[in-house]
Design a protein around this ligand. Structure first.
Ligand code: DON
Length: 563
């Protein structure tokens, strides 16, 4: 039953190894998350009669316990909901820069102070997860908060048995965990990394979650939890205040929408990167990728160019909509897409540096994702994050949860890259009260007003290209959802002007052809191999209505389960 069956098959014709996978299938509902116990929590809520939003909130809190690197209450995220009544809703619960934070506090000797941002509290944004989840439940759920939080509280209080997939993440940061007593006492076992089969107990987190279950968001944003957070943050050089927490609001808006080969794609507007996903899809709509073939030099070429142009625009123009007038409509307009296509030459790599000088638009008018569909026709896609794995790797006081280091997603110094090697411009410049631009793009796809796909992933800047490739794998290359998720990936983000590929993604012959076109191919990812992502996807068979789900084999603790 568990997860997809994986066997490596060598395609003799082009010498590429790809994973052959079978998805989990179900008639009524499906939950796909990065941790199998959280998947069970979502499924249980659905079986009790809850809807996808009830399940999404329960899973959000459960992942904060069973996937502590990435599931969180100390971070923020984005949620996309398709309701059975046809309405589509986007909830922005991304973190915000504290009101007293200034850019120069994060700069030392003209350089971005990475230690402060990634390992201290100055890099923490005001967390949005608790407000976001609770707002979703109140507006669109059917169950009380106490009930949907119960499974998470139980998992924290009674503990859970660690699998190889869990230990893989917990064991990666032993040295950093050792530096903080309150972290080490929970996430190390007598000072050593946890082993498979041992039980992870989190009684402090259970207490924090119980307070939220009893008193709602107030407990987190105004009560004792808030006081502990601010005390720890200010004791270690942070500038967040009780007022920052009390003032935090999650926002409800509409998704960004585009069309790709007859499918309606809905994704996350800024501060998410659904606009960039849509820009890529809109460029690619004109090219017959299916005829060109999966991972042929020709289809890769057009994909890389779409990635290059869309990332250049993302990194230059997009930012928090409360601060920046995002030109999303222009970026997705047929006229502008046509101008981009005219720049793309057959068989020739583009040049990112040259693009830097001429922005075309002016010439023309640690993170986790989960996907849920329910028995009523609702669908939810959530990506939420601490940014780095385990955020800034600090726990405020005895609250039991990690704080984010999300402010690294801002442009701190224009032209200087962040941990994802993204070089971003002024639209995303850090400012008090602003939300950093995110690559997160939870996405829902419809065909003829019927639900077709729910998809998303972590992975920093690779989030956008991973989702693009999974969509193409299904729509253009006719893979089942598990094959689409398992297939090897590649990535380009304008700058650095390189094409990053997973090992064995392209055949030697294809690499040769791409190099001849002028591409620099790099096996591996500049921001680290873990960032190839963890896509959690669901596809609906448009004829039978059956669901198939796949948890990314790159995150082996995950599971797709339905009924
Ligand atoms: O919002 C963003 O774009 C990043 N903070 C996401 C970080 C991420 O996906 C890390 N995962 N591997």
């Amino acid at each position: 039953m568990r997860k997809c069956l994986l066997s490596i098959m060598v395609l003799l014709c082009c010498h590429i190894a790809i994973a052959q996978s079978a998805p989990e299938t179900s008639k009524n509902a499906m939950v796909v998350t990065a941790q199998h116990l959280a998947t069970n929590v979502g499924l249980q809520i659905l079986k009790q009669g809850g809807n996808a939003i009830d399940a999404a909130v329960a899973v959000g809190y459960a992942l904060a316990v069973v996937h502590p690197c990435c599931g969180n209450i100390g971070g923020g995220g984005l949620m996309l909901i398709h309701r059975a009544n046809g309405k589509n809703i986007f909830i922005n619960f991304r973190e915000k820069a504290p009101a007293k934070l200034q850019r120069d506090m994060l700069i030392h000797n003209n350089k971005v102070d990475n230690k402060k941002i990634l390992f201290g509290y100055l890099g923490s944004g005001v967390p949005g997860t608790v407000k976001g989840l609770n707002l979703a439940l109140k507006k669109y759920g059917t169950m009380p908060l106490k009930i949907v939080m119960q499974p998470a509280i139980r998992l924290a209080q009674h503990g859970y048995k660690l699998t190889a997939g869990d230990v893989k993440f917990l064991g990666k940061f032993t040295d950093v965990f050792r530096q903080h007593m309150n972290v080490a006492k929970i996430f190390l076992k007598s000072g050593k990394p946890y082993k498979v089969g041992q039980i992870l107990l989190q009684s402090e987190l259970a207490h924090t979650l119980s307070l939220i279950a009893q008193h709602g968001s107030r407990a987190f944003y105004r009560g004792n939890i808030a006081k502990q957070m601010i005390k720890a943050i200010q004791a270690h050089g942070g500038v967040m205040t009780m007022k920052d927490l009390a003032d935090y609001r999650a926002k409800i808006t509409k998704p960004v929408v585009c069309h790709y080969r007859g499918y309606k794609v809905m994704s996350s507007p800024p501060p998410g990167s659904g606009t960039t996903l849509c820009e890529m899809l809109s460029i690619l709509n004109a090219y017959p990728l299916s005829k060109m073939g999966f991972h042929s030099a020709e289809s890769i070429h057009y994909n890389i160019e779409a990635m290059r142009y869309a990332f250049a625009d993302r990194n230059h123009y997009l930012g928090d909509p409360a601060f920046v007038d995002n030109p999303a409509k222009k970026l997705l307009s047929p006229q502008y897409i046509k101008i981009i296509r005219q720049q793309i030459k057959a068989n020739k790599a583009g040049n990112s540096r040259a693009l830097l000088k001429k922005h075309l638009l002016q010439e023309s008018p640690n993170t986790t994702h989960y996907s849920i569909v329910d028995q009523y026709g609702n669908a939810v896609a959530v990506t939420y994050t601490l940014n780095s794995f385990f955020g800034n790797k600090r726990i405020p006081g005895n609250t039991g949860f990690f704080m984010n280091d999300e402010l690294d997603d801002f442009t701190i110094i224009p032209g200087k890259s962040n941990q994802f090697h993204l070089i971003q411009g002024k639209a995303n410049l850090l400012a008090p009260g602003k939300q950093p631009l995110s690559s997160m793009s939870p996405t829902i796809i419809m065909k003829n007003n019927k639900l077709f796909m729910v998809v998303g992933t972590p992975g920093g800047s690779t989030i956008i290209t991973q989702i693009l490739e999974v969509i193409e794998n299904v729509i253009d290359f006719h893979m089942n959802i598990a094959e689409a998720v398992a297939a090897p990936r590649y990535h380009m983000q304008w700058l650095p002007d390189k094409v990053y590929i997973e090992p064995h993604a392209f055949s030697k012959e294809v690499i040769k052809q791409l190099e001849k076109m002028g591409y620099k191919i790099h096996v591996g990812l500049a921001s680290g191999e873990k960032r190839w992502g963890a896509v959690m996807a669901i596809k609906r068979n448009l004829k039978t209505g059956e669901y198939s789900g796949a948890a990314d084999p790159r995150r082996p603790a995950g599971a797709a389960r339905g009924y």
